[in-house]
Design a protein around this ligand. Structure first.
Ligand code: AMP
Ligand code: ZN
Length: 448
């Protein structure tokens, strides 16, 4: 079956028909979080994009092997852990845990393989050794650097011209650097006392890895030398992904990634949302303002993943209202066990056009407004395998253990036909603020 799925490839700046290396298996790598703080809702937009991409591929019948890394060692994590008086591991594991709580609540499926940088040091050392042997890397007093002039085609992904290469500053040790200039970057940083206990004794010396080599090593470790898809937000095109390509291709001699997909930024009035600008919002901040994580997911779906998304509480509020209306309508649907081919085809078509989620939402709304349409329930179920908005799920209510106990005692009383006790227990349940109704499937408890 020839694929009709088209994806925008940053490498060519074109929408291209997606053809995976293996017929029906897709290898996909996503740059994961740097766990030195909470992920902000801008970061989370990018993880929602990864999830939509993966689920769209699965909707098209592909098996997806999705790998994501956890950056648990770099300049930022080391400095922040020291400030907090914690070991790097203690410190980063806390934020890793919160990251997955956040992504779970956004219905983002966990990647199939999650690799921590600190557990992949040997894989990085292996690549650095190859790069040194092949003459792409050189040693200085403070580290081992990648020589960008040795790698033909450096900067192709970012389309930066060579003339921008900074002649005055030849090397950069920091993980993040001036985005206008191309410089040799650190693969390995030799130990300095500021690193404290954060070092590895390896064949290439005592020290720690640079940020870029982490992703080259972790992606190839699990997915092999050639990947179908690599994702991140646009800020990673240069230098991070540019450097990943240079390291990986110099080491293997093969094309590293066929399709580079980059998500647009989440912006606020003043510009981009970023930790360094101090204008970030975390998921917990919007929850305390009365929004649910899925209100935010819905909001992300209303803008194409490559466009910048302007965040404001008014926009989020509008998304919340639409999402609630949508969910209420879906809750009333009856399952006639059929699907509606015409609407499913429309849905597929817009997904195939570089994952056009705003149009996919329009198809969903059209279907709901079409009073003559058959198979609405099952069709929405299929669409929601991509959207992941829990459209058909009954709202989950939290029932305290105490109430659950009363409900089960009442069931016992009813079974032994002790109606008086059953009624007393019902009263007690009501007093706790819950109502109980008896159905063919057993008792259903709701908030009173
Ligand atoms: P970090 O934890 O800083 O490494 O970033 C995690 C992911 O979030 C990366 O893929 C970044 O490209 C992405 N990202 C950072 N800021 C934003 C933003 N404002 N909007 C969308 N994605 C972002
Ligand atoms: Zn990365």
């Amino acid at each position: 079956m020839p694929s009709k799925l088209k994806l925008y490839n940053t490498l060519t700046r074109k929408k291209e028909v997606f053809i995976p290396i293996k017929k029906s298996h897709v290898s996909m790598y996503s740059c994961g979080p740097t766990v030195y703080n909470y992920a902000h809702i801008g970061n989370l937009r990018t993880y929602i994009f990864n999830d939509l991409l993966k689920k769209s591929l699965q909707f098209h019948g592909y098996k997806v092997d999705h790998v994501m890394n956890i950056t648990d060692v770099d300049d930022k994590t080391i400095i922040a852990s020291q400030k907090n008086g914690k070991t790097l591991k203690e410190f980063t594991r806390e934020y890793e845990k919160i990251f997955f709580q956040d992504t779970d609540s956004l219905n983002i499926k966990k990647p199939d393989h999650i690799l921590r940088a600190t557990e992949s040091i040997n894989d990085m050392v292996k690549i650095i050794k190859i790069l040194m042997n092949k003459g792409y890397a050189y040693k200085t007093s403070d580290g081992i650097y990648f020589s960008i002039n040795k790698f033909k085609g450096y900067g192709k992904l970012a389309q930066l011209e060579k003339r921008k290469k900074d002649k005055t500053k030849e090397r950069v040790k920091n993980d993040e650097y001036d985005k206008e200039n191309m410089q040799d970057f650190a693969l390995w940083k030799f130990y300095t006392p500021e690193d404290g206990n954060n070092f590895w004794n390896t064949e290439i010396g005592k020290g720690r890895p640079g940020w870029h080599i982490e992703c080259s090593a972790m992606s190839m470790k699990h997915l092999g030398n050639r990947l179908d898809i690599h994702t991140g937000a646009v800020d990673l095109i240069f230098p991070h992904h540019t450097n990943e390509i240079a390291q990986s291709e110099a080491a293997t001699g093969k094309k590293f990634v066929n399709y580079w997909l980059h998500a647009g930024f989440l912006n606020v009035k003043e510009g981009k949302m970023s930790k360094s600008l101090g204008n970030v919002l975390y998921l917990k901040n919007i929850i305390t303002q009365g929004f649910s994580p899925l209100d935010y997911r819905y909001m992300c779906l209303t803008t194409h993943y490559r466009s910048a998304l302007m965040f404001s509480l008014e926009n989020l509020n509008a998304a919340k209202n639409s999402y609630e209306r949508l969910k209420n309508i879906c809750q009333e649907l009856k399952d006639d066990k059929t699907t509606n081919k015409s609407y499913l085809d429309k849905f597929e078509k817009v997904i195939e056009d570089d994952l056009d989620m705003p149009k996919a939402l329009q198809v969903l709304w059209q279907l709901l407004r079409d009073k003559r349409a058959k198979g609405t329930y099952q069709t929405i179920k299929k669409m929601d395998s991509v959207f992941s908005l829990d459209l058909l799920e009954k709202p989950k209510i939290h029932i305290p253990d105490e109430v659950k106990k009363l409900v089960s005692e009442r069931e016992q009383a009813r079974k032994s036909k002790n109606w008086k006790l059953a009624d007393e227990l019902r009263d007690k349940i009501n007093k706790q603020g819950y109502v109980i109704s008896d159905t063919d499937q057993g008792p259903v408890v709701k908030k009173g």
